[in-house]
Design a protein. Structure first.
Length: 95
């Protein structure tokens, strides 16, 4: 099941012990070393709910919606859905 941005941020406030140098980080969602990364990652959770990109970022199984991270390909079609388009390599350059 998909989490929202807010649910994700709350889920990582779980008492894990993190240090930056000798400083113990009390809340990685607000600490300057981690806050931007945490918010960026959390934003991906809300993007998965956006109808414009939902089909690219999620899949359904058993009536539930899951992130593409968890897609286990069972066919060639599934494998294509789980890959990110890549830039074609150039074999020759025109001058």
């Amino acid at each position: 099941m998909l989490m929202t941005e807010k649910e994700y941020l709350q889920s990582i406030r779980d008492g894990r012990v993190i240090y930056v140098g000798k400083e113990r980080v009390k809340d990685q969602t607000t600490h300057p070393a981690f806050a931007d990364g945490a918010r960026t990652y959390a934003a991906l959770f809300d993007m998965k709910s956006d109808p414009a990109v939902r089909d690219l970022m999620t899949f359904e199984e058993g009536g539930e919606c899951y992130s593409m991270y968890y897609l286990q390909p069972r066919s060639q079609e599934d494998r294509g859905a789980a890959t990110v388009p890549t830039v074609r390599s150039r074999t020759s350059v025109s001058v």
